[in-house]
Design a protein around this ligand. Structure first.
Ligand SMILES: NC(=O)c1ccc[n+]([C@@H]2O[C@H](COP(=O)([O-])OP(=O)(O)OC[C@H]3O[C@@H](n4cnc5c(N)ncnc54)[C@H](OP(=O)(O)O)[C@@H]3O)[C@@H](O)[C@H]2O)c1
Length: 396
């Protein structure tokens, strides 16, 4: 007798490469690097302040808000290090202290790493999940795992060493949520390997209790899907969507093997507002996020494609939207940044419709492609396109 069985985890979804890669592509658009337009680096002489915090990747989508939020803090001197230097002009209007931030232009993968002043803490937002530019695979989207390991792992190992060398006591890093890591472990192995490498490097250099890692799923806000992000969140948090996911899981639990669909869980997890993420990063850099604020130990339970067990560093891990929001409220560092002013200034400055790296892919952001894309995801999930059917043949 043949039995049909759904299979869980990130690996089986490879059974539908075209569709899966389409989903990947859109999610990656959300992540795509915020390398802004060409930017001059400016430098102001550091005032005699107590805390100097280095923000690696401070010009990016999340990083620029971390710099802005930190610039409002008393006794904090902020240094940003990124390949492009200062964020675009539309993000640095006069209403915030952008000129007090030292915007250093440097590639942390190059031979020459900039000399850093004595640091109190360091933050790294450096990462990359860009697909290869040429056509690859069935749907055309492919990844160079080795490149992703370098641009997410090696680069952050170097950042950890530089920050440690400059005397930083704490390190804050942005990785991905447990659910996203589970779902994408097979398909974008290089990205998650790189993240894991970075986290171990931070844990080795600063210790688990002085390393805070945030695990968001998808981050929205500012000029990156401000309305769609909220809409998407309302949808995944609606009773209908929750009932759908719960009943699906209940059905899978009837199987002889315990099954979970991690892609479904990742797709149906709440996105988080960028200003909340920035708030928690700043609080962590200022030493306000410790084990008393995040007592839960990090969830493990990962297997690679060969079925070997892998572990993640047991750092202070703020996992997922709800936990990031809880911590943001608990530390109550500052009111999260209101993005309104930036959006208005951006409009006045005739900036493109999306922030960061997404400026180059605005064609995909028109209402029709977006609606078509989400309709496809919805159809795929409803009809279980990501669940592979395996036939278990009877033993003779
Ligand atoms: N956005 C999301 O939805 C999301 C979700 C989960 C996790 N994350 C993670 O959060 C982090 C920040 O995300 P984001 O959206 O703010 O990314 P982003 O806009 O792409 O910013 C990345 C920053 O890193 C800098 N950078 C990259 N490679 C560098 C290098 N070799 N040397 C120096 N600087 C380098 C970039 O500089 P240039 O722009 O000048 O090149 C940019 O400032 C990433 O690691 C990402 O994986 C993001």
């Amino acid at each position: 007798m043949a039995t049909a069985m759904g299979v869980s985890s990130g690996l089986p979804i490879l059974g539908q490469p075209g569709l899966f890669q389409a989903v990947c592509f859109f999610l990656l658009l959300l992540y795509s690097h915020g390398g802004a337009s060409a930017l001059s680096s400016s430098s102001s002489s550091p005032p005699s302040q107590k805390n100097t915090i280095a923000v690696f990747g401070g010009s990016g989508f999340i990083g620029r808000r971390v710099c802005e939020q930190l610039s409002y803090q008393e006794n904090v001197h902020v240094i940003s290090i990124s390949r492009s230097g200062r964020p675009p002009d539309y993000y640095c209007p006069n209403h915030w202290n952008a000129n007090q931030v030292d915007w250093i232009q440097a590639d942390m993968l190059s031979q020459t790493i900039p000399a850093l002043p004595p640091l109190t803490a360091a933050v790294s937002l450096v990462g990359n999940v860009e697909p290869v530019p040429h056509w690859k695979g069935f749907f055309g989207l492919g990844f160079d795992d080795e490149k992703l390991r370098i641009e997410n792992g090696l680069v952050n190992e170097r950042i950890c060493q530089a920050a440690k060398h400059a005397g930083a006591e704490r390190f804050v890093f942005v990785s991905v949520s447990y659910e996203v890591a589970k779902a994408f472990e097979g398909p974008i192995e290089g990205y998650l390997d790189g993240k894991r490498r970075a986290e171990f490097a931070a844990s080795d250099a600063f210790g688990n209790d002085n390393t805070v890692v945030l695990g968001p799923s998808v981050v929205y806000g500012g000029k990156r899907f401000p309305r769609l992000g909220k809409l998407y969140r309302s949808f995944v948090e609606s009773k209908l969507a929750k009932a759908y996911v719960t009943s699906n899981q209940a059905l899978r639990n009837l199987s002889v093997a315990p099954l979970q669909d991690w892609l479904e869980q990742a797709i149906f997890s709440s996105p988080v507002d960028v200003s909340i993420v920035a708030n928690v990063i700043c609080a962590a850099a200022l030493g306000q996020v410790d084990r008393s604020v995040v007592p839960t130990r990090r969830r493990q339970g990962f297997w690679n494609e060969q079925g070997d067990v892998m572990t993640y560093a047991d750092v202070i891990f703020v996992d997922g939207t709800h936990e990031i929001e809880r911590v943001s409220q608990e530390v109550a560092l500052l009111e999260p940044l209101s993005n309104k002013e930036n959006i208005n200034s951006a409009r006045a400055a005739k900036e493109p419709i999306a922030e960061g790296g997404m400026e180059n892919v605005t064609t995909y952001l028109r209402p029709l492609p977006v609606v078509a894309f989400f309709a496809t995801i919805f159809w795929a999930v409803m009809t279980q396109q990501f669940i592979q059917t395996v036939q278990i043949l009877p033993t003779a």
